[in-house]
Design a protein around this ligand. Structure first.
Ligand code: SF4
Ligand code: SF4
Length: 264
């Protein structure tokens, strides 16, 4: 099987795991250990078949590079649309667990090193949208893929180029700043944040919440306040881990438990 075609396996993995993760979260069967295993498997997929790396697929699609996509462009477009649709249903499980680029940063963020928290909610998103415009412009006017500068491909293909070391620096930054590539750069992440804001299933507060604020302190992306839309929620589980009140935070549909919900 050609390397490009093997990437389809990565997409099938992401598709299946999306539903499995949503099920595990909804039924409260998710555990941190399961999360670690999924992150490691995703990372292995990245190194072995360079998939399912949607940001790279998105760039290849924008550049019209069918060879890099590993199949007809229309298939890549459908794949991206499916991931966006699933993010609308279930939130950012793709970014949280199934993207090798995100998994590498998430695993680095688990290191017990005190973190710098960016409290401004507007700037990371704004910087990412500015990059998105530059990314589209570079592809359209110069047929250049800006993501090449960040070494994603070289890192996962173990090509010891300048790009490889640039991505290594990004991983090093992830030790003390949560997901710098995802939050400040990734053009696919910018797109996914839109359906994720309106996702049907998301973490919601219930009337059991005692407003202690622990989840807000623990959230690395400032998405744990009541009323936050969760467009930048990577379903990392940190808010649920620190919540002292059972049932105060639940991953569920709006109105799924009538009379239970105090805030969203
Ligand atoms: S934001 Fe981009 S790099 Fe990060 S996990 Fe999502 S798709 Fe991957
Ligand atoms: S702490 Fe909670 S709200 Fe914040 S990103 Fe993680 S799962 Fe989402």
């Amino acid at each position: 099987m050609a390397f490009e075609q093997a990437r389809a396996l990565g997409f099938i993995y992401a598709l299946a795991m999306f539903f499995i993760l949503a099920y595990l979260w909804h039924t409260k069967r998710w555990t941190r250990r399961i999360g670690w295993v999924i992150l490691l498997v995703t990372l292995a997929f990245g190194f072995l078949i360079f998939s399912p790396i949607m940001p790279w697929q998105f760039q290849s699609l924008i550049l019209g590079d069918a060879r890099a996509v590993g199949g007809p462009l229309v298939v890549a477009a459908v794949g991206l649309i499916v991931m966006l649709a699933l993010s609308f249903l279930f939130g950012r499980f793709y970014c949280g667990y199934l993207c090798p680029v995100g998994a590498a940063q998430e695993l680095a963020s688990l290191a017990p090193i005190s973190k710098i928290k960016v409290t401004n909610k507007v700037w990371p998103g704004a910087i990412r949208w500015i990059f998105f415009i530059l990314f589209i412009g570079a592809a359209y006017f110069f047929s250049f893929g800006l993501l090449r500068l960040f070494g994603i491909r070289d890192f996962f293909l173990l090509l010891l180029s300048a790009g490889f070391f640039i991505f290594l620096v990004i991983i090093a930054i992830s030790l003390f700043l949560y997901r710098p590539f995802c939050r400040f750069i990734c053009p696919f992440g910018a797109l996914v944040s839109i359906p994720a804001m309106g996702s049907l299933f998301k973490i919601r507060r219930t009337d059991a919440c005692i407003s202690c604020g622990k989840c807000e302190k623990a959230c690395p992306t400032n998405e744990a306040k009541s009323g936050d839309l969760k467009g930048e929620c990577y379903l990392c589980h940190r808010c649920l881990d620190v919540c002292p009140t059972q049932g105060a935070l639940e991953y569920r549909r709006a109105g799924a438990a009538e009379g239970k919900e105090g805030t969203k």
